[in-house]
Design a protein around this ligand. Sequence first.
Ligand SMILES: Nc1ncnc2c1ncn2[C@@H]1O[C@H](COP(=O)(O)OP(=O)(O)OP(=O)(O)O)[C@@H](O)[C@H]1O
Ligand SMILES: O=P(O)(O)OC[C@H]1O[C@H](OP(=O)(O)OP(=O)(O)O)[C@H](O)[C@@H]1O
Ligand SMILES: O=C(O)c1cccnc1
Length: 496
Amino acid sequence: MTNKLYDTSLSLLTDLYQVTMAYGYWKSETAEKEAVFNLYFRKNPFNGGFTIACGLANVVGYINNFGFSKKDLRYLRTLTGHDKKPLFEEAFLDYLANLKLSCSVEAIPEGTVVFPNEPLVRVRGPILQCQLLETPLLNLINFESLIATKAARLRLVADTDQLLEFGLRRAQGVDGGMTASRAAYIGGCDATSNVLAGKLYDIPVRGTHAHSWVMSFDDELQAFDTYAQVMPNNVTLLVDTYDTLQGVRHAIETGRKLEAHGHKLAGIRLDSGDLAYLSIEARKLLDEAGFQDTAIVASNDLDETIINSLKQQGAKITIWGVGTKLVTAFDQPALGGVYKLAALQNESGMDGAEKWSYKMKLSEQAIKISTPGIQQVRRFRDERGFLADMIYNTEEMNGSDRPSTMIDPMDFTKRRRFDANQLYEDLLVPVFQEGKCVYSLPDIHAVRARVQTQLAGLHPGVKRFVNPHTYPVGLEKSLHELKTNLILKLREAASQ
Ligand SMILES: Nc1ncnc2c1ncn2[C@@H]1O[C@H](COP(=O)(O)OP(=O)(O)OP(=O)(O)O)[C@@H](O)[C@H]1O
Ligand SMILES: O=P(O)(O)OC[C@H]1O[C@H](OP(=O)(O)OP(=O)(O)O)[C@H](O)[C@@H]1O
Ligand SMILES: O=C(O)c1cccnc1
């Protein structure tokens, strides 16, 4: 299921410079030139060792709905330059009115663990169209991948405990809240408090009650009893409005009444104070009263570091409600994904001409130098898990098995050779072929399950939070050579 918030075309959801470049391509008659762009990021978020790819379902929805409406064009017609004359000529707006995307898109499925410099999405098609997709694709992939990664980290520390996403009230606007709920579920949360996300994305919804419920009664016990009466099948009581341990005693009293009517006290929630101490004391009180099955839920500015610490302190919490720090991706507010031109098709029919002109961006910072080529990622594995990812140029080496040499981009003297019979998977799969969707989106639960099987394939050192081991990602030898030669050529040309 894709996000119903995007049922209409959002073709203007782009940066103005994409439209001005599109105009430039059209005007200079290069709009139809075949190009290849790669979308990738340069650094794992949260100083971690991995990232979870997420957001492709919304990319599919976005591309399927793409088109400039009359209203969009009316707006573009109003845009003017510094001389107050229109930016775009009418014939270009007519071109946009009739524009149907004919790009081919390959992408790494949602829920896959991915690493810096790997193309998560590869777009091939008329350069004008590829260009228009840059900003929306980055917008859609960056945020969801960031939040799915945060949730996956929370899942790693929560282990088999339940994780509830409570972030809507603190999310970055409506869409931030919606997409965060989706990505958080995919990353490993069990449920969300966001009811619209539950409806649109088929995510389980869960919740307790707020302090206001307790405060609206003359006393806490009355508040608990009333809540239990109106909803006896869903009773988790927030016990910290006045005095937490006294609140637990009141919850036990209400629990006894519930049991007398054939129901049970599902849980209590702690939302302030020392959560380790209070949960241990609350557990004792509950157990002594025979409420061994009543769960202790905790919330209050939690994140993976605090949950980890609480577990080490022996906290008796088995359900974690995480809001602000999950949906705002504390403490890294953005994934720095980029979208770079990697190849342009040469004029056909020219004798001896190569099919592609490979493109790359130079930079003084090595990390910012892009990689040319029509890239695919080959993930080698053995029966225990993933070994290494090799980025290769499909023009040099198509999907076939063959021995390959992978070169470490940080140190070209470090090489790894994989035999033809080494187990592998090529990660990018066809999503659109010449504008037609050829990918059947897995349901959200399958994507969520994929995250866990993917994480199981990673060495524990890559998953640790402090100085994680760097998972090996390299370039296939011929791609490494292509890149090196192109850098030398570009540097030489730039120095002349
Ligand atoms: N035992 C603990 N170890 C580590 N962090 C904890 C522990 N108990 C609570 N925290 C975390 O400490 C942070 C602040 O909690 P603190 O008790 O100072 O404020 P509070 O309880 O929110 O106060 P207030 O009554 O104003 O809500 C929260 O992020 C909370 O999750
Ligand atoms: O702490 P978070 O991870 O964001 O989880 C969501 C928070 O939202 C609620 O608090 P509320 O909005 O009532 O405000 P509070 O900060 O006073 O608890 C709830 O009690 C949690 O504390
Ligand atoms: O249901 C809850 O307990 C809840 C929901 C949203 C935010 N904080 C808590």
